[in-house]
Design a protein around this ligand. Structure first.
Ligand code: PBG
Length: 343
């Protein structure tokens, strides 16, 4: 059977030369490879996660995430200025309060580090998109994502607190709120609260498909949010499930989510692809702390080339169908892309 476009040829002996598809024609030179490249990665797709602590000129390295620091709002602004200058698409802010309480009240403290950082960014970089993580685990004494009643996380008791937190972020000027708590019904609850308070323009990026993953380990050091007992399996998804991801995504869209997130990213690209094929809304994937730490550790040992590994991983997320890539590598990757003329 004819499988390629080669014209019939003779090799001089009179016999016909064997024909096959010559895929290498399309890989021979950089210019031809660029011409047929299917997927583009640029800095505009990247979102930089940042950990905000109270105070000023305060920075604390996170030992399990080399290169990542908890920063006070003034330094968060500096980091966002760097990101914006490199063409990074936006920032995702997490709050790490000094005091955690039983009622998680830091989550809606308008003087807390997240609202303060948002106000500074919106004052000096008004066009730079700011997304905020909405969850209670950074603010509760026990590190749980919701309030505990009778030994269980009480879903409906938690929803109003999440809404209050989202309103505090919206009030400070956030463009999107991103609930990561995995309580049922929280997207609708946040949407109602935002609309009722004059924040119809503030969007929701839902952590719709968030798995109970071992890869969040380093984040919990960064945010001091490891649960004091138990785990998050009663609300985060079972890594074994894919159809359930579609159910979660669909219900969050019905409740009013503007964008969907899949988390983690690197080991879950089948999930990204499945959602891409089923939904037309923008999809974000979160290249989480453990994925970052693993690449950094291998690179520090000389076992992986950091630049090539990171750019390949991010490109693969785009190829799987993600629009936004949330990654701690954002500044480095944007710098490398700029050096390659792709910023
Ligand atoms: C808060 C939250 C977590 C992450 C994002 N938001 C931790 C968790 O669910 O335990 C993880 C991010 C990362 O690992 O980079 N609920």
């Amino acid at each position: 059977m004819e499988t390629g476009g080669n014209p019939p040829r003779r090799d001089g002996s009179g016999s016909e030369v064997r024909r096959f598809r010559r895929g290498r024609r399309l890989r021979e030179t950089p210019a031809v490879r660029a011409l047929v490249r299917e997927t583009a990665l640029s800095a505009a797709h990247l979102v930089l996660p940042l950990f905000a602590v109270p105070g000023a000129r305060r920075e604390e390295p996170v030992s399990s995430m080399p290169g990542v620091r908890r920063l006070s709002p003034d330094l968060i602004l500096r980091e966002c200025e760097k990101a914006a200058a490199l063409g990074v698409g936006g920032a995702l802010l997490f709050g790490v309060p000094d005091v955690k309480t039983g009622d998680a009240s830091g989550a809606w403290d308008m003087a807390g580090p997240v609202p303060e950082a948002i106000r500074l960014i919106k004052r000096d970089l008004p066009g730079f998109p700011v997304i905020t993580d909405v969850c209670l685990c950074e603010y509760t004494e026990n590190g749980h994502c919701g309030f505990i009643r009778d030994g269980r996380i009480d879903n409906d008791l938690t929803l109003p607190a999440l809404a209050r937190s989202a309103l505090a972020h919206a009030g400070a000027g956030a463009d999107f709120v991103a609930p990561s708590d995995m309580m049922d019904g929280r997207v609708g609850c946040l949407r109602d609260a935002l609309d009722a308070s004059g924040f119809a323009a503030v969007g929701i990026l839902s952590y719709a498909v968030k798995y109970a993953s071992a890869f969040y380990g380093p984040f919990r050091e960064a945010a001091g949010s490891a649960p004091s007992s138990g785990d998050r399996k009663s609300h985060q998804m079972d890594p074994a499930n894919l159809r359930e991801a579609v159910l979660e995504a669909r219900s969050d869209l019905e409740e009013g989510a503007d964008m969907l997130m899949v988390k983690p990213a690197m080991w879950y690209l089948d999930v990204v692809r499945t959602l891409r094929d089923r939904f037309d809304e923008p999809i974000a994937c979160y290249n989480v702390s453990g994925e970052y730490a693993a690449v950094k550790a291998a690179a520090a040992n000389g076992w992986l080339d950091e630049r090539r590994t990171v750019l390949e991983a991010l490109l693969s997320m785009r190829r799987a169908g993600a629009d936004l890539l949330i990654t701690y590598h954002a500044l480095d990757a944007a710098g490398w892309l700029r050096a390659e003329g792709k910023a």
